[in-house]
Design a protein. Structure first.
Lengths: 112, 117
């Protein structure tokens, strides 16, 4: 089945700087890659997603890139703000399955 | 956008009792819902896939007789933790798939903090 690895596990950046989180997946048939933000005690919230027919997607300060050949995808957050502090999860969905599999998560801290 | 409502948000129960958690899709029909479990500082682990009108599909290692899942309508799935024990204490989160064809997404509920004493 699908396996998703995520790095780093923790990330601390200065406010205003950029943050990058990387994930790799194992199933070459995976076709959907969402990113979720989870705040303490809450459920995950979708922040951006990308499908396998595109290589990059951007939404204001957030962007995701996908390299299907290398089977990795990355989340980029620019001009970080204190409210960006949270745990971020990448996930992947195989073409043949209805479920999504999560990475291990990255705890992002924004230093003032 | 799509909204998934999960109740209760917190529940404390005694060992040996059962607890039911509800997951509702408020503005869309969800033929497929998912139940996850999350321990502190860990990722979400899929427990089971719930299909409307049929039996749930459980992930390896998840006891189907302990974690009863019912998906009787297109907007409601329930997870019942039977004969709860302290080790069942965790954060339980449901998710629903919305959309069709090439345009779909997964929306999550706000989670249920279960504490078994």
């Amino acid at each position: 089945g699908e396996n998703v690895e995520q790095h780093p596990s923790t990330l601390s950046v200065q406010e205003g700087d950029s943050a990058v989180i990387k994930c790799t997946y194992s199933d070459s048939a995976s076709n959907y890659f969402p990113w979720y933000k989870q705040e303490l005690g809450k459920g995950p919230q979708l922040i951006i997603d990308i499908r396998s027919n595109v290589g990059e997607k951007k939404d204001q300060r957030i962007a995701v890139t996908l390299n299907k050949t290398a089977k990795h995808f990355s989340l980029h957050i620019t001009e970080t703000q204190p409210e960006d502090s949270a745990v971020y999860f990448c996930a992947a969905k195989s073409l043949s399955a209805s479920k999504i599999i999560f990475g291990s998560g990255t705890r992002l801290s924004i230093r003032p | 956008g799509a909204v998934v409502s999960q109740h209760p948000s917190r529940v404390i129960c005694k060992s040996g009792t059962s607890v039911k958690i509800e997951c509702r899709s408020l503005d869309f029909q969800a033929t497929t819902m998912f139940w996850y479990r999350q321990f502190p500082k860990q990722s979400l682990m899929l427990m089971a896939t719930s299909n409307e009108g049929s039996k749930a599909t459980y992930e390896q290692g998840v006891e189907k007789d302990k974690f009863l899942i019912n998906h009787a309508s297109l907007t409601l799935s329930t997870l019942t933790v039977t004969s709860a024990h302290p080790e069942d204490s965790s954060f339980y989160i449901c998710s629903a798939r919305e959309g069709s064809g090439a345009n779909y997404g997964y929306t999550f509920g706000s989670g249920t903090r279960l504490t078994v004493v």
